[in-house]
Design a protein around this ligand. Structure first.
Ligand code: G3P
Ligand code: MG
Length: 247
């Protein structure tokens, strides 16, 4: 089946112009012309999947302590920046569907919670996007989480996230029946890129915040980029040609 892969993903749901991993960020990305958004999903102490990057609350919210130790009643009362709340994953999914955005759902489990987080997020992803025209892409640095996603929601496409792809990355990608390779833009090796291209595997790189680096990576054959700089790559200047990939 063919699926569209926009060239640009708004990183952490909105990046620098809005608080990260918030509904305001997702709305802003869509307003600026982005067609895809990446966000991080972790479980609260009540097992509710929410959008947040760090295991702890301090950097991005008015709270303290670990996300996985914080009950919903406290979590949803926090300020996640500019008066925004931490969104429930379900709210972000509904918004992405409304706006026609491709969502890259990064399963971001707190340490030791890989399997449970993946079970909840993978099942919910399949439910929340059932029948949607634009289907999501699940990714994770946790191979254990991707394995769970493969088994519980095989119909939801998966991308494997590595900071630096290991020697056996292709075998891992095949084992996880994943369609894309996601890795650190600064550490991308030509050999990895050549192998991926030879196998028609799209490579997506994070996090690219300069025009110079973006041009270089596209010229090298990278398929899509994650950016915090919605201002830099949004609107007219954004090369919105969409790749159509088999997966
Ligand atoms: O999914 C790409 C990127 O978001 C991975 O890094 O730490 O920003 O979640 P991080
Ligand atoms: Mg992420």
């Amino acid at each position: 089946m063919l699926f569209p892969l926009p060239r640009w993903f708004a990183h952490r749901g909105g990046g620098s112009l809005a608080p990260e991993n918030t509904l305001a960020g997702i709305r802003l990305a869509a307003r600026l012309g982005y067609r895809a958004v990446e966000f991080d999903v972790m479980l609260s102490a009540d097992g509710t999947p929410v959008l947040i990057h760090d295991e702890t609350l301090e950097r991005t919210t008015s709270g303290v302590g670990k996300v996985c130790d914080t009950p919903d009643a406290i979590l949803f009362a926090l300020d996640a920046g500019d008066g925004e709340r931490i969104p429930r994953f379900a709210e972000a999914a509904t918004l992405c569907r409304e706006l026609g955005l491709l969502a890259n759902v990064e399963i971001k489990p707190a340490t030791g919670h890989e399997v449970l987080t993946a079970e909840v997020v993978a099942r919910l992803t399949a439910d929340l996007w059932r029948g949607a025209e634009v289907q999501p892409l699940i990714s994770s640095f946790s191979l254990a989480a991707l394995e769970v996603a493969r088994d519980l929601a095989p119909e939801v496409r998966r991308g494997v996230l590595f900071e630096v792809p290991p020697a056996d990355w292709l075998a891992e990608l095949r084992r996880l029946q994943a369609v894309s390779l996601h890795c650190d833009a600064d550490l991308l090796d030509d050999e990895v890129l050549a192998t991926a291209r030879a196998h028609d595997i799209p490579v997506l790189c994070y996090t690219v915040n300069t025009d110079k680096q973006a041009k270089m990576l596209f010229a090298r054959g990278v398929s899509a980029l994650f950016t915090d700089r919605l201002d830099l790559f949004g609107g007219e200047t954004n090369p919105y040609d969409c790749l159509h990939l088999v997966g």
